[in-house]
Ligand binder design. Structure first.
Ligand SMILES: [Zn+2]
Length: 263
């Protein structure tokens, strides 16, 4: 819950002007350095225990961009990992004094994409979540908040768990049995990260799951919408585009989750 309330400031970050001349001040070498393109990982602890996380990381860019039919900008993304929460907070507050305290962060400053995380209880989830934001923002000039968070939620679980093993799946299948559909327009109206509740995160995840794995028209429209954003063409609102394509959008959503098998 706390993580949901404070993690992933991607949309907000893009609106923040960070003025310090940062990059020149960061240490050149870290005790542990590892490449998982486009990620350049720098850690103050051994990453030997995180082979499965880095296996996911090596595929993350391809997975995100492939699912959404987007193209990377080719720039590296620096990932700074800390053993201790206190060191992480000290480090982030030193270099980014304007940034509120959060358990993990994606920051884009002067075109330089960076992810910061510490080895907390949700370390791997935090890393995948923030790195998904970073990949998305490397491909798009902007992303609506709800969609940004829904996509990051989708990709935050271990690679093999994305389609069926997400913690929000069981609850969404259950509510779909009762005909309840999260209000897409309400999600689209969210503009401030602080207004996003844990329920909004689950709902955003559910719409993204539907868009990626529901009717082919849903994925087509999502991809066309994102392609418009990438091309800086005014994209209209995604819900309107989806309803033009699928007037029975809510019943399609319900059918998707009612029919989705656990395994
Ligand atoms: Zn996020």
């Amino acid at each position: 819950m706390m993580r949901k309330a404070f993690a992933g400031a991607a949309a907000w970050m893009t609106a923040v002007l960070i003025t310090a001349a940062l990059w020149g001040e960061l240490p050149a070498r870290w005790p542990e350095e590892r490449d998982a393109p486009p990620f350049r990982c720098h850690a103050d602890f051994s990453l030997a225990d995180y082979a499965s996380l880095f296996a996911d990381m090596r595929e993350l860019e391809t997975d995100v961009l492939g699912a959404l039919a987007l193209t990377a900008d080719g720039q590296p993304i620096d990932l700074f990992l800390f053993d201790r929460k206190s060191t992480y907070h000290q480090y982030v507050s030193h270099y980014f004094p304007e940034v509120p305290k959060r358990p993990a962060l994606f920051i884009k400053s002067r075109g330089h994409a960076m992810v910061f995380a510490h080895r907390g209880p949700e370390f791997a989830v935090d890393v995948r979540h923030e790195c998904a934001h970073a990949v998305l923002h490397a491909a798009l000039p902007m992303v609506p908040l709800w969609l940004d968070e829904g996509i990051a939620e989708y990709f935050e679980v271990a690679r093999g768990e994305r389609t069926r093993g997400h913690p929000s799946m069981a609850g969404m299948r259950w509510t779909a049995r009762f005909g309840r559909v999260p209000d897409l327009e309400s999600l689209e109206a969210l503009v401030e990260l602080r207004d996003m509740t844990s329920t909004h995160y689950k709902q955003a995840w559910a719409w993204v799951h539907f868009l990626l794995h529901g009717p082919p028209e849903a994925r087509d429209e999502l991809r066309a919408y994102l392609a418009d954003i990438a091309a800086r063409t005014p994209p209209d609102v995604l819900s309107r585009r989806l309803r033009r394509r699928m007037p029975d959008l809510e019943s399609r959503f319900l059918s998707h989750f009612r029919a989705w098998q656990r395994d």
